[in-house]
Design a protein around this ligand. Structure first.
Ligand code: CA
Length: 272
């Protein structure tokens, strides 16, 4: 057992530590279709996640509060209860991020699940890249997972993202929004301040706090305009349109403030 050939090699151990998160996040998959569970398990394990599985709403709700997952993947169409009720029961006990999986044609269920406290959704069939991206966002927003961003004071760090040659920088604490064409620091980069009305700023600030996550019309309206305006989707369309005119290269083909059809909006994730 003391054979030096079996001693861990420090250099190798160090490089592994650098490449992998210190903590392998646990994903709870609540899904009744076995082939999809198998696919999810294989994909997630290959990408350094740990996986627990449940095939029913009942078992899933139990595991959600007893195994302390870092994120939950929840199918909306379960045999014994619907995903909406599962979301509500889990939310009574836990803040763990929930990403719902839904089939096409379940749009109203999807919206209701988000309004009930789910964090994001994936429409089946989905690609591996999209699945992993949604999980990364969910984990970044999780208050329970000590990810690499933990304790960085993300609330105050300015949001910055570059898409299609334009950089959008939003400093919430300074209330400043800047648009730069060509990457910042490059020759020819021109930076200008986008002047927003107080309501436009309030809407943008809410999107920034949840960047990368889908927000339903109802969530945004309640938060920005107040509960009495929860169904005034037209307000939101007008203000989102004004923001796009000020921030997007082409307001008709938005890349920063993206529409989630029938659901709401998603601000592109910060990528600096
Ligand atoms: Ca199902």
């Amino acid at each position: 057992m003391n054979d030096p050939a079996h001693q861990p090699r420090p250099a190798r151990a160090q490089s592994l530590q650098a490449a992998q998160p210190a903590h392998m996040p646990l994903v709870l998959v609540i899904e009744d279709e076995e082939p999809i569970r198998r696919f999810l398990r294989a994909t997630l394990e290959a990408n350094h996640y740990r996986v627990k599985e449940a095939g029913t709403a009942r078992e899933g709700t139990l595991l959600a509060v007893t195994t302390y997952p870092d994120v939950i993947l929840l199918d909306l169409g379960l045999p014994d209860n619907d995903g909406l009720n599962v979301t509500r029961s889990i939310r009574k006990e836990s803040r763990t991020p929930i990403v719902v999986l839904s089939a096409r044609g379940q749009e109203s269920d999807k919206v209701a699940a988000l309004d009930a406290g789910a964090d994001d959704y994936l429409t089946k069939p989905f690609g591996v890249g999209e699945l992993l991206a949604r999980l990364r966002v969910a984990l970044r927003h999780s208050s329970t997972a000590p990810g690499p961003d933990a304790g960085r004071g993300t609330e105050l760090a300015p949001y910055q993202t570059t898409l299609g040659g334009r950089t959008l920088r939003i400093d919430l604490s300074a209330r400043l929004v800047h648009v730069t064409d060509a990457a910042p620091g490059q020759a020819g980069a021109e930076r200008r301040e986008a002047r927003l009305t107080p309501m436009e700023f309030k809407l943008l600030a809410f999107l920034v706090r949840h960047a990368g996550k889908v927000l339903t019309h109802q969530m945004i309206l309640k938060e920005v305009w107040g509960p009495q305006h929860a169904s005034d989707v037209q307000y939101l369309r007008v203000y989102a349109g004004e923001l796009r005119k000020k921030l997007e290269v082409d307001p008709a083909q938005p890349r920063f403030i993206v529409t989630e059809p029938g659901v709401g909006y998603r601000l592109a994730e910060a990528n600096r």
